[in-house]
Design a protein around this ligand. Structure first.
Ligand code: ATP
Length: 536
């Protein structure tokens, strides 16, 4: 797994997973853009969730509700009043912070002169329609869940579902976070994968437990390890006002153990809050009186001949936090073979010179300098194992402005290429690219023809992304594919054409495995079936 967030930020930018948003205009804090590989990874993660939670279950329907909703939604959901974080101002530098993320002083200027915390609502307000009427506004949804509650009756009536059943949805949510940070962990625009699972009151506790287990197993199935996934049962004083119980699934991110998903027992709060005639419903939750809703969000129980308001179990996960967890778990810097001391020595010296020059540099911001020095120290502490991290160090903010950076890069690149690799051990299902077809010689018409033909045929099978890559020598190409997590490389060589010594290798290719680096000879005619089977 990754040791530092820098390793992930650097690889993401270098290879095209994730870029900082609006970079050419100085950026927009709390926004990131998914690049060519990132969009594939994110889509694969979402598809895996949809498959497991909608297609493979018999008690689930999916929806895709709009981001803009009638503003009354957010009054009766409780968000207008309670979706707030405590905010403080620094009286010195005027920066604003979330009060619960401070240790008594301003992280920017160090001043202890802070205002009292006051509530700050995290919803983005936006005008709806062309008339600047103060009442014509709504919010960008801060969670996808409310779209499910408001459609409860529609789904029930159109599908004739019986309890228990759930509704699943994935989509964008927006929160005006006071201090976005930690890469894509806390951002202002993100995606959620949410389920609202409706059950009979009294069956809620058992279903809550069942969902916690199901969700842990799903995260394990996409590659997270048991050691890094920790369920946390919220204490009574930590629970949201609507929740009877909540279990957070915490993940060991590079910056610490933090929430990846929350699984809450929300009782009949949500359907009750959005219903009319609440007094007639026998609600267990305390809800604000609703004078606008035109529906009772109830379920008719044919056995007892009674209308009930279902209880809700809500597993709510962040897509971007999921991508970050999967990426972090998959990341490894591995020694392919031991580098001899005489090859490490010049790198060690160049690294020392580089760090000295960083600490003397007056143009670097304090943040950039400290980050560079900390990462440099971590690397030099175990240079043999961490050599590959120097590539990341050199792409950190400010690094390229250091005069001797070029020299360090010149020393480290050939050694890394020869003795190390960075690899993403994704589950094949999640890998952005499943197969790379490589020609041993890029100018040999026979080899190129066969290789391009294989790429086309594998791609048209429809189930995997396949690329053709001839941008380097074969060893270099393997490393490049390792670094983006491609589980299989298929190499076409002279043996494939029947030009080798052994005639029996005609019409076969080399399949090279990412994790073991083992190579096998496979007949072209059997290649698709072979790969499909290994893909799982
Ligand atoms: P936190 O305490 O970290 O702010 P939360 O408890 O407010 O999170 P929920 O409202 O439970 O989060 O949202 C459900 C999920 O949505 C979270 O578990 C997380 O994965 C994701 N999520 C919430 N806020 C953000 C954000 N600002 N950036 C990225 N993902 C987020």
């Amino acid at each position: 797994a990754a040791q530092t967030m820098e390793q992930l930020v650097s690889l993401s930018k270098r290879r095209g997973f994730i870029f900082p948003g609006s970079a050419i205009y100085g950026g927009l804090q709390g926004t990131y853009d998914y690049g060519p590989l990132g969009v594939e990874l994110k889509n694969n993660l979402k598809l895996a969730w949809w498959r497991a939670n909608v297609w493979e279950r018999e008690d689930m329907e999916g929806i895709d509700a709009s981001i803009l909703m009638n503003k009354l939604t957010w009054r009766y959901s409780g968000h207008e009043e309670t979706f707030v974080d405590p905010m403080v101002d620094c009286k010195g530098c005027k920066m604003r912070w979330r009060a619960d993320q401070l240790a008594g002083k301003c992280p920017s200027c160090g001043s202890a002169e802070l205002t009292e915390p006051r509530p700050f609502n995290l919803m983005f307000k936006t005008q709806v329609g062309p008339v600047p009427d103060p009442e014509s506004f709504s919010y960008l949804r801060p969670e996808t869940a409310q779209g499910i509650f408001l459609n409860f009756k529609h789904v029930l009536d159109s599908t004739s579902r019986k309890l228990p059943f759930g509704i699943a949805q994935m989509g964008k949510s927006f929160r005006n976070e006071i201090t976005p940070r930690n890469f894509i962990f806390r951002v202002r625009e993100f995606e959620q994968m949410e389920i609202e699972f409706f059950v009979k009151p009294g069956e809620d506790e058992a279903w809550h437990q069942k969902w916690v287990e199901d969700r842990i197993n799903w995260w394990l199935s996409v590659g997270l390890s048991k050691d890094n996934l920790v369920p946390y049962h919220q204490k009574a004083n930590e629970l949201a006002h609507y929740a009877k119980a909540t279990v957070d699934l915490l993940y060991r991110f590079p910056h610490g153990l933090e929430e990846l998903e929350g699984i809450a027992n929300r009782t009949d709060y949500d359907l009750g809050s959005h219903s009319k005639d609440q007094g007639s419903l026998g609600l267990k939750a305390r809800v604000a009186p609703n004078s606008h809703s035109t529906e009772k969000l109830t379920y008719f129980d044919a056995e007892t001949k009674q209308h009930v308001v279902p209880f809700v179990i809500e597993p709510s996960a962040g897509v971007d936090r999921g991508v970050l967890a999967v990426l972090s778990e998959a990341y490894a810097e591995e020694q392919v073979k031991p580098a001899p001391a005489d090859r490490l020595k010049p790198v060690e010296e160049a690294l020392g010179t580089f760090l000295k020059s960083v600490s003397r540099n007056e143009k670097l911001t304090a943040d950039a300098k400290n980050a560079l020095l900390a990462e440099g120290e971590r690397i030099s502490g175990a240079l043999g194992e961490r050599l590959a991290s120097i590539t990341g160090l050199l792409s950190m903010p400010g690094a390229e402005s250091i005069e001797v950076a070029k020299k360090l890069r010149g020393q480290v690149d050939p050694v890394v290429d020869e003795f190390y690799r960075t690899v993403l051990h994704f589950k094949p299902r999640l890998a952005p690219i499943k197969v790379a077809v490589l020609p041993l010689k890029k100018n040999h018409a026979g080899i190129v023809d066969v290789a391009k033909g294989i790429r086309r045929r594998l791609q048209s099978s429809g189930s995997m992304r396949v690329v053709y890559d001839d941008t380097g020598a074969i060893g270099k190409l393997y490393r490049r594919q390792d670094e983006i997590g491609t589980p299989f490389c298929v190499t076409v060589d002279f043996d494939t054409l029947g030009d080798g010594k052994d005639a029996s290798t005609k019409d076969t290719v080399t399949v090279r495995h990412r994790d073991s680096m083992a190579q096998e000879r496979v007949a072209i005619s059997e290649l698709e079936g072979y790969l499909r089977e290994k893909m799982g």
